[in-house]
Write a protein that binds this ligand. Sequence first.
Ligand code: DX5
Ligand code: ZN
Length: 214
Amino acid sequence: MIAPSILSADFARLADEAAAVRGADWLHVDVMDAHFVPNLTLGLPVVKALLKATDIPLDCHLMIEDPDRWAIGYAEAGAYNVTVHVEAAADPVTLAKNLRAAGAKAGLSIKPGTSLESCADVLKHYDTLLVMSVEPGFGGQSFMAEVLDKVRTARRLVDTGHLNLVVEIDGGINEDTIAQAAEAGVDCFVAGSAIYDAKDPAVAMEKLRALAAR
Ligand code: DX5
Ligand code: ZN
């Protein structure tokens, strides 16, 4: 699956930018609060507007403090997948249950320095594991290949039936890096600059899809 990240899109034309990646599996929406990460993007009102503007399921990546309080609103609004950071969540198990009860898939994200072991017990409550392959906060950074060990471990746990989740990767995914991520076992690839900085985002997206499938 490919999830174009609108962080690299034109924020004044979000409906058009969503339409430009028709056929995307998920549309990745980066919510940043200028506290958990040193950047500020958008919040629930914009997500609600996007939900009306596109049929692509929204994959909301909350890079915010206190997700235990704020994440539920995105699920209730109709986001398909709501991902919180394990480093920020006080009670990730209850949070996952609440997200699911509100009708969303529950996602857990880990920063590059966070181990899989540190959230092993929590992961069985989640539908998505978002492995960050850059420090969260900005688009256009370089891919950190060292996180692929975590992807391989997660892939093994899924393939052996110990976990049941989508393995997603976020950060620095482009034509040069997507194949190694696919080989490590990623199911869903987030790509921001590689898609929206391209002349034709849909063409760039399909090119990534083809490279991931090989
Ligand atoms: C970064 C965001 C990413 C960002 C990725 O913190 O979580 O979703 O959009 O951008 P690229 O694909 O340009 O690395
Ligand atoms: Zn993201």
